[in-house]
Design a protein around this ligand. Structure first.
Ligand code: ZN
Ligand code: ZN
Ligand code: FE
Length: 761
């Protein structure tokens, strides 16, 4: 025996199963001439490795440095063990009967090796629309149960042919234990459904679809996480038709383009944005449109940005490579805010009238999963909608937590299961206002608890008594139930993502959240830790005339604010923003405000943005959530305005209230002086950032806290984030934002989960 020979046991935990980890270990050991074994265990992978000290050290270093792209190593434990007489490295079967508890990988875009085979006429999978390997393909969306083995996926019904089986069994193959492994002979197939008679049945579906799209037709194409509605983005008539059929006015569509070079024809693409576009998660990246963009304005009307993503399935690749499209509109296959359709027959029913044809296949999608949306600010990728490609990879926590389920909010909903040091946020579930959304919520709860094997003893929910999620929570009488205030959850989400402890100054700015006083909050400055919070300051409250109607019609909020600060006589100023509104409607709104009829009060920051967007003449009616605020932000683009509108910070009981009167007075005199809208927008942003920074300073004097967490949907506003962080950092504050988890309501569930577990301690 060589004296330098050692044997070590290496326990690796994390996302290391179903991602090609064992073949990687096998190849690495073989390359270094090491003996030993690797096998899956309940918590990950255990490796025994034996050989000369240097080589074993080398193995350890490369194990982490070169791990497969989809793996995510959470923890490695190394121990010296006794030498064994062997000179081979083996992959050992995991013992049956011991269910493997491990992480399931998200769905992954087609890898370069599979792409090369897809395009190679000599490869046996040439043009095969379901080609995949351990480095790519569907995962999360085809899993029924754990462990992640073929019989527990929607691939169970396909029996592998001898050639595929041989790859599956060969540790040296890229398809070793690739559960969705398939080929022309044994796997799923595409099928084209159309009402049109002149399409021969034996026609290749891909080429037929290309012809249909070229002729301006709209298709429903089944992808990884659901159906997309697809149209040629360079065909203005097709895009308009899609808008008309989907009844989607002005809300931007995302486009898929064949590669980064084409993206650069339409948009500015930074280095980080390029990386985001090409990442294996393939999210939709929000990119800045070029001044001269050849795309139809109908794709994203009045919008500075364009949602762009690259092909991520073999079907997408074939459509682009053989169809030569420059850009395809790809939007969720659903009727406005409903969940995305996944089942073939369901799609045919629900999308009838929307699509001219259906490109379907027989590999069932078991769990719907929308595309993710990411934007880049200062070379950092920020999650706007965390879904396909990222889910169900965990968010790592810095402390142990008991098993908990958090149900999120009402719009852009996600749920969160957490246990140990991992928090699993669900895919985008969407709006729970409709029954379909609620059913999807229940589906997600059932599925996650099964595949994660988490039985939550604690359930966290929003304080709003009318939310369907709240009602569901209150029925779970055998659990500990914890109601969490909306804005507290936003701040805790930001703290958890940034691994903070103790108390912080929390800036929680958004549209709507139920307050502890029963009012609608949304411009909140909290002193918060994981257990509790105090409302240290907030935007002053104003009536929302007509309730929800005020969200759809920003001019109502403008009237409300102006009536409050200038009195009803403000109409004598003849501000142009009301020119298009029927005077009778203005009268009614004024009466609602005066008599407090159907006019709940709110401290919402979203509504403040709406009012300013209205008075500057930018927008009186919105067609999608946040539209007025988004357009107000964009109006300030490139405006180097240094001036700012004054907000007043007044004492209010134990805290402060931010009064808007002087701000609106200054705004109105600018409107009367015909100051350009962009300049007014910049002055508003500057003023808001300033008053928030001043508030933080006063709270620091009182509490000694110097860490600021900023969360809530308003922080999707990059301009505000930039101005505010600059002001705070210049003043010695540490500023924490959200990146991995959305700052909007998609990130609420994480905060709820953490607060609930702390309350139960
Ligand atoms: Zn692959
Ligand atoms: Zn096969
Ligand atoms: Fe919110």
């Amino acid at each position: 025996m060589n004296v330098l020979t050692i044997r070590r046991e290496i326990q690796v935990s994390g996302l290391v199963q179903g991602v090609g980890f064992r073949p990687f270990v096998y190849r690495l050991a073989a390359e270094l001439g090491l003996a030993g074994s690797v096998k899956n265990t309940a918590s990950g992978v255990v490796i025994e490795v034996q050989g000369e000290t240097d080589l074993v050290e080398n193995f350890l270093a490369r194990l982490q440095g070169e791990a497969p792209p989809l793996s995510q190593i959470l923890h490695v434990e190394v121990e010296d063990i006794d030498y064994v007489d062997e000179n081979e490295f083996r992959i050992v079967e995991s013992c049956k009967g011991h269910p493997v508890r491990t992480l399931i990988s998200p769905d992954v875009s087609i890898c370069n090796d599979c792409l090369a085979e897809l395009l190679d006429p000599n490869d046996r999978r040439f043009r095969y629309p379901f080609i995949n390997c351990t480095n790519c393909g569907p995962r999360f969306t085809i899993v029924k149960h754990i462990p992640y083995d073929r019989p527990n996926t929607s691939m169970a019904k396909f029996r592998m042919c001898p050639a595929c089986q041989a790859e599956y069994d060969d540790p040296r193959s890229r398809r070793f234990h690739a559960q969705p492994n398939a080929c022309w002979d044994c796997g799923p197939t595409l099928e084209l459904w159309t009402e049109e008679e002149h399409l021969p049945r034996d026609r290749d579906p891909i080429t037929a679809v290309i012809d249909l799209l070229r002729s301006g037709r709209i298709g429903a194409v089944k992808g990884l996480g659901g159906f997309h509605l697809v149209a040629d983005a360079l065909n203005a008539a097709a895009v308009s038709l899609l808008r008309e059929r989907k009844r989607r006015i002005e809300k931007p569509f995302a486009i898929m383009v064949p590669n980064v070079t084409t993206a650069e024809e339409f948009c500015e693409v930074s280095q980080t944005e390029r990386e985001v576009l090409q990442s294996f998660q393939r999210p939709i990246a929000l990119l800045r449109k070029k001044k001269r963009c050849s795309l139809s304005e109908e794709v994203a009307p009045q919008n500075r940005d364009l949602g762009v993503f690259l092909p991520y399935t073999p079907v997408h690749q074939l459509l682009f490579r053989e169809g030569g499209f420059k850009a395809l509109v790809m939007t969720s296959g659903n009727a406005s805010e409903e969940p995305i359709a996944i089942d073939n027959d369901e799609a045919r029913k629900r999308l009838r009238g929307l699509a001219d044809f259906f490109l379907v296949h027989d590999r069932d999608i078991l769990l719907r999963c929308d595309d993710s949306v990411v934007r880049v600010a200062n070379t950092q990728a920020i999650q706007v909608r965390r879904s396909r490609g990222f889910v169900p990879a965990p968010i790592l926590l810095h402390k142990e937590t008991p098993a908990v389920l958090a149900l999120g909010g009402e719009l852009k909903n996600t749920i969160c299961f957490a246990k140990g040091r991992q928090a699993f946020l669900s895919q985008h579930i969407g709006d729970l206002e409709n029954l379909a959304g609620y059913k999807f919520l229940l589906e997600a709860i059932g599925h996650f608890s099964k595949v994660l094997e988490i039985d939550p003893g604690i359930i966290a929910y929003d304080l709003h008594p009318d939310y369907l999620s709240t009602k569901w929570a209150l029925q779970q009488t055998d659990r500990i139930l914890v109601g969490v205030q909306h804005h507290h959850a936003h701040i805790a989400s930001c703290m958890a993502e940034n691994h903070l402890d103790g108390a912080v100054i929390g800036l929680a700015l958004d549209g709507t959240g139920f307050g502890t006083d029963g009012h609608i909050w949304g411009g909140e400055i909290l002193i918060a830790d994981y257990e509790q919070f105090t409302r240290a300051a907030h935007l002053e409250c104003v009536p929302m005339p007509g309730g929800a109607a005020a969200i759809h019609e920003p001019w109502r909020m403008a009237v409300s604010y102006l009536a409050q600060c200038l009195g009803p006589e403000f109409r004598r100023a003849k501000l142009p923003f009301l020119d298009g509104i029927n005077p009778k409607r203005i009268e009614i709104v004024l009466r609602m405000i005066e008599r407090r009829l159907n006019a709940p009060v709110t401290s919402s920051c979203g509504r403040l943005f709406d009012a300013v967007a209205s008075i500057t003449g930018i927008r009186q009616f919105v067609n999608y959530e946040g539209q007025a605020a988004i357009e107000l932000e964009m109006a300030a683009d490139g405006c180097a305005e240094q001036g700012r509108y004054p907000f007043e910070l007044a004492a209010n009981g134990d805290g402060f209230v931010i009064r808007t009167n002087p701000m609106f007075q200054a705004l109105v005199s600018d409107v009367l002086a015909s100051v350009p809208a962009g300049m007014m927008s910049a002055r508003f942003h500057n003023g808001l950032a300033d008053v928030l920074a001043r508030t933080a300073r006063l709270l620091r004097e009182r509490t000694g806290l110097h860490r600021v967490c900023a969360s809530g949907g308003t922080f999707n506003n990059a301009l505000l984030v930039q101005k505010l962080s600059r002001a705070l950092e210049a003043d010695g504050f540490e500023v924490f934002l959200q990146r991995q988890v959305p700052c909007g309501d998609g990130g609420l569930s994480l905060g709820q989960a953490i607060i609930a577990t702390h309350r139960c301690r």
